[in-house]
Design a binder for this molecule. Structure first.
Ligand SMILES: *[C@@H]1O[C@H](CO)[C@@H](O)[C@H](O)[C@H]1NC(C)=O
Ligand SMILES: *[C@@H]1O[C@H](CO)[C@@H](O)[C@H](O)[C@H]1NC(C)=O
Ligand SMILES: *[C@@H]1O[C@H](CO)[C@@H](O)[C@H](O)[C@H]1NC(C)=O
Ligand SMILES: CC(=O)N[C@H]1CO[C@H](CO)[C@@H](O)[C@@H]1O
Length: 260
């Protein structure tokens, strides 16, 4: 909510992932702002978009501008209430949840839903929900930091019978910071049978030990790309770029230099 739109459009980033969204027990969707000075916003309810024009325009503008490097927008979500709602009323097209995600896709011009489940890990409901999203027209991505066996099962079931460029689960963003600091992209790629996009945490005063300057990010991405030929790189998170007054351009240039 506090991002610099121009900087995001002009610093070589091709994908933005908006953090974070959650589903309420009735199938409504809420955007949790996670930033001091802003409030959580109900964004879809009763089958329609209710998040307001200003927010929709801001999000639509990221990839709309002539010259913007951004061509893909994802929303990142937790897995709260997914299991209950996939049980009843289920993933059908007539459910409030289906209509809400359909309305949100149009209102925000979204491309993918990112699953950042870090606690529930229920296979059957995750697969049912992802397939529902696929029916709506979303791509599906994951952002694991641990539990590789769960993610491997999800990837196999969702992409069963599908081929590039029509994979449902078409990207894996791997957390290589904090709880995932020891992750080796190459070994995840080998287990998952798919390339990953490693993520590092930008300079951050809340967990300085996880801070990664642009120069350090370059060293990491370069080394991962040499050892395993990863499919890109990325950063957690924009809020810290704003708060710490970091340079979008420097972090973006690193990605462009290694993944041209
Ligand atoms: C936003 O980013 C642009 C491009 O980098 C920069 O010119 C502008 O000063 C920034 N705006 C703010 C409020 O920081
Ligand atoms: C983008 O901008 C360039 C230069 O101003 C212009 O020639 C081109 O027509 C624009 N393209 C679109 C799709 O607006
Ligand atoms: C990253 O790996 C790809 C694929 O092997 C390669 O084309 C690219 O040149 C590499 N980037 C660098 C900076 O080595
Ligand atoms: C400055 C600051 O506190 N930044 C953020 C660092 O990232 C965590 C999330 O992992 C946020 O909670 C902090 O607000």
């Amino acid at each position: 909510m506090k991002s610099n739109t121009t900087a995001l459009q002009t610093s070589s980033f091709n994908t933005l992932i908006i953090f974070g969204v959650g589903i309420l027990s009735n199938g409504d969707i809420k955007y949790y702002s996670n930033t001091p000075g802003t409030n959580d916003v109900l964004i879809a309810s009763g089958g329609g978009y209710v998040g307001g024009d200003a927010l929709a325009e801001k999000i639509r503008s990221f990839k709309a501008r002539n010259g913007s490097s951004v061509d893909r927008i994802e929303i990142s979500m937790n897995a709260q209430n997914v299991k209950t709602l996939m049980g009843k009323p289920g993933p059908g097209e007539a459910t409030p949840l289906y209509h809400n995600f359909n309305a949100l896709k149009s209102a925000w011009n979204l491309d993918a839903i990112n699953n950042d489940d870090e606690s529930i890990y229920d296979i059957a409901s995750t697969v049912a929900f992802a397939k529902m999203l696929g029916n709506i027209g979303y791509r599906y991505t994951i952002a694991p930091y641990t539990n590789i066996r769960f993610w491997s099962t999800i990837k196999t079931q969702l992409n069963n019978g599908l081929k590039e460029p029509d994979l449902l689960l078409d990207r894996i963003y791997l957390q290589c910071y904090d709880g995932g600091a020891q992750n080796e992209p190459r070994s995840w790629q080998s287990t998952l049978g798919m390339k990953v996009v490693p993520l590092v945490w930008v300079t951050n005063d809340s967990k300085p030990s996880q801070s990664t300057t642009a120069a350090q990010a370059k060293t990491k991405f370069d080394s991962w790309n040499r050892s395993g030929s990863v499919s890109g790189g990325g950063y957690w998170n924009d809020y810290d770029i704003e708060k710490m007054r970091l340079s979008y351009q420097e972090y973006g240039d690193v990605l462009r230099s290694i993944f041209p």
